[in-house]
Design a binder for this molecule. Sequence first.
Ligand code: GLY
Length: 373
Amino acid sequence: MEGEVVIIGAGLIGLALARELAHRGAAVRVVDTGEPGRQASWAAAGMLAPSSEGLDGAFYDLCAASLARYPAFAAALHEETDLDIHLRREGFITPAYDDRGVAKLEAEVADARARGFGASMLTSVDTLRLEPSLAPVAASAHFEHEASVDNRRLGRALRAAVEHLGVRLDEGLPWVRLAATQRRVNGVETANGFIPAPVVINAAGAWAGTLEGVPERARVPVEPVKGQILALGMPANLIRHTIYAEHAYLVPRDDGRLIVGATVERAGFDTRVTAAGIHRLLDGALRVAPALRDLAVVETWAGLRPGTPDGLPYLGAGSIEGYFLATGHLRNGVLLTPITAEVVADTVEGRAPRVDVAAFSPERVHPTSKAAP
Ligand code: GLY
């Protein structure tokens, strides 16, 4: 590829894409107004859960394809950086407390099995045998294919990987804007100067919709969707599976923390941790597992997921020449990191991706705005 590719946004998505493009031989530079891997990438719980997240259609297929890539992705990062991203594959347990909940889970298990995944219903006794700290359930579902990673470790590993590959990382920039005409990108303007580039990829997460310099015909709406989250200090193996309940999810970490998430709030760019938010999470968690009540709260935080009007990400070419997007992953950015890197790198190179990404084209926002010849 002629010239440098500039990626705006050094979250998991931007860093994974930089790594992928650098592996393919491109000269890549990443710019960010903050610290790499620190926004939604750092705030997330790291669940890899296409079934539990209630997805369907092409989006489920995309998420399942990304989940399938995770073991090799984790192994490659370990090989490249010596960092372990703590991929945990015990699976997810979703509890049900009444007949309606059990019927819903049975349908989800049948759907997962029809897709070839290992999923099964567990009796109340079997559930408590696997997870003795849970409150009694009517039944539960075990989604064996679902997993989690430590997203903060993943951010560190991706950063180390791209630095090892010679990718230049400009972080903490006071401002960044796209330099473009109505027809094509010319590069990126930053507080430190102009970076000429024939290809610019907007991977700015919840800020992708407010990037300055993007012509109207290529702008896409992105709404920040706040998630408050907390961590409990947990005795080893008190909870072993991710517990995906209606009012809270519990994600065990290898480092002894239990992540409890997350609120879903439309509150603009507000990232305050609130009394009501933490109350809701703790109430949900203690209903699921009263045995957690004496654990210490070791951390609270909030992050902004990038939401889109139709709930689907923007992956690929964005209405003007040289402009691409990789954002809008809402609740599934960690899960979609490997597949996003692959398919967006494919579209940048002008190749057809191995999975169908037509539904995720950013051009769906402006269907009539294709550049005139
Ligand atoms: N993936 C779960 C969340 O965003 O809360």
